[in-house]
Each structure stands twice: as C-alpha cells, then as structure tokens.
Design a protein around this ligand. Structure first.
Ligand code: CP
Length: 308
C-alpha cells in the first residue's frame, strides 16, 4: 500500500503517502484509546526490533504498535547478544531472518546502516534512526503532533533549535515539514551547523529570541552529546543564553504556539528544569508527551500500510 517496500528516509514517501499515514494514524489512535487496545490486523506476522543503539521511545513504541496490531515481535539489543562474542552484524541478521521474520525495524549508530541492510534482505526494513542521517518515524510523529494541534499545515511557522549538525531528527523533520508546505527556520550557531547548508535551504537565526514570539511550533532538539566527538559549545551558560527555552521565553510565545522535543530532554540545557516541571495553562504548550502517544499510532499506521 506504499510505493516503497522499506522506509529508510523521508524521500521514500510521497506527499500523498504521508497524508495516508496520517489518516490511518487517526484510526489507530482511536484503537489506542479503547479499553481493549488491540486489533487482529497483523495476526501471524513477525516483526524484529533490532536496536544496535540505545532507545526508550522508539523501541517501546514499535513494540507496543506491533502488539496492538496482534503481530509477534522479537526484541533484539546489541548489548548481551552474540555481537559481544564477535559475531558480525550480517551473521546476526541472518540468524534472526532464519526465524521467518516479515519486517525488520533497525536502529544503528552508522549512517546508511538501514539502507545497506534493506539492500541485502528481501523483507521490508524501517529505519528507526541511523547515526546522524535519518529518523523518518520520528518526523512522521512530529508532523502528526502538529496536525493534531493545528489541523492544517498552511501558513505554519516552525523553528528548529539547537544541534542540527549531529541530529537525524533535524534532517528528517526539515525535509518532511518542507515537503508538507510548512515554513521552517533553523536557530543554531556555526559550530552546531553542517559546513554547507545549501541543501537544507532554510532561513537561519542565531538566537531563539529572534523567533520566539513569531513561531507556531518551537522544536527544541536534543544536544547529541553521544554523537559529539569534541566540545561543540563553550559552556552550558552560553548555550542557555542563545539556544535554550526558559520560563521567560516560554511566556513570550504566541498564545496558540507549542513546544516540541524528540526526547530524551537534557534538562537545563535545551529546556530549563522550571519549564519541564511547569503546571497550569503554560504546561499545555508542551507537546512532548503527546509526541510519544502519537508515535504509537504513527508506527501502527506504517506497519499496517507495509504489512497489512
Ligand atoms: N526520540 C527518540 O528517538 O528517542 P529514543 O532514543 O528514546 O528512541
């Protein structure tokens, strides 16, 4: 039901297919709200969740999505596997495929790992994040979160703030948001940007204060310390001065605007502790938990459209 067998990056989906995923996500969100959160759609199918890099949200989200569709799921983590005994990733994969798996979800720290694997096996592959390259299901759930809040993408302004250089979420979000007609601005500093920004082709600002009262969505990126091989910013204080969301900045945002973050949040870096633990009306601006909820519906939709 999708033109490509595997979803490695955003360019594997047309605008029509993205809309199809969003529409199906609505039905699966409804399933997730029922008392019995299960449909028989993928009964008899087996999905392998292969995580060669840590994850909480994506891994559990795919697992819950598969189970709610009645598929069987194998969870594989590199830690504690035969990889630690020197087995190669391809031999590990061959072993898992020998168990008659129908679809592979893969996260790996190397850019291109998901594509390489998809080219070497004959079942669908979904990229759950490969290095700094792509995280397509995160972008889809982010887009869905925006749709649930604003209904239409027309005229919407999104600012993506922080560590663009090391972020697969930034690459996938920018590509998907632009594809769907959303106006994207980047807020970052030269050290956290790629050498060439030509292929991204969006406006760049160097302080969150330049956009805070104008945007509909403030998308705070995680500082990817695990992918930084050197110190990219002089100090946290300096980062906070230009690129962090604190309570004063939150109060300057438009009434209808929202804050998003892919998680896990580095409290006190991208978003202040005070904002993260806020209650009352301003707390409604934070969409971070909704992103996680919508992620299950998006992954159910994708699994259904690929395997159903
Ligand atoms: N957003 C995201 O990919 O989170 P995890 O690393 O917890 O999966």
């Amino acid at each position: 039901m999708l033109s490509k067998k595997s979803i490695i990056g955003i360019d594997d989906l047309s605008v029509e297919e993205v809309n199809k995923v969003l529409i199906h996500a609505d039905s699966f969100l409804e399933v997730s709200k029922r008392d019995v959160k299960k449909v028989p759609t993928l009964r008899g199918k087996t999905i392998a969740n292969l995580f060669f890099e840590p994850s909480t949200r994506t891994k559990t989200s795919f697992e819950i999505a598969a189970k709610r569709l009645s598929a069987d799921i194998i969870n594989f983590s590199a830690q504690g596997s035969s990889l630690e005994k020197g087995e190669s990733i391809f031999d590990t994969l061959k072993t898992i495929l020998a168990m008659n798996v129908d679809l592979v979800v893969i996260r790996h720290s190397d850019c291109g790992a998901a594509k390489l694997i998809s080219e070497n096996i004959n079942i669908p592959v979904i990229n759950a994040g490969d290095g700094k390259h792509q995280h397509p299901t995160q972008a889809l759930l982010d887009l869905y979160t925006i749709k649930k809040k604003f209904d239409s993408f027309k005229g919407l302004k999104v600012a993506i703030v922080g560590d663009i250089l090391n972020s697969r979420v930034a690459r996938s979000d920018i590509e998907l948001f632009k594809k769907m007609g959303i106006d994207v601005t980047i807020v970052s500093c030269p050290m956290l940007l790629p050498d060439s920004m030509d292929y991204i082709n969006v406006e760049i600002k160097d302080s969150i204060d330049d956009v805070i009262d104008k945007v509909d969505v403030l998308y705070m990126l995680r500082m990817q310390f695990e992918r930084q091989d050197k110190k990219f910013y002089p100090s946290i204080r300096e980062y906070n001065k230009f690129l962090s969301l604190d309570i004063n900045r939150l109060k300057k945002m438009k009434l209808s605007s929202v804050v998003m973050h892919p998680g896990p949040v580095n409290r006190g870096i991208e978003i202040s502790e005070e904002v993260m633990s806020i209650s009352g009306k301003l707390a409604e601006k934070l969409e971070i938990e909704n992103q996680v909820t919508y992620g299950v519906a998006i992954r159910m939709a994708l699994l259904y459209l690929i395997l159903g």
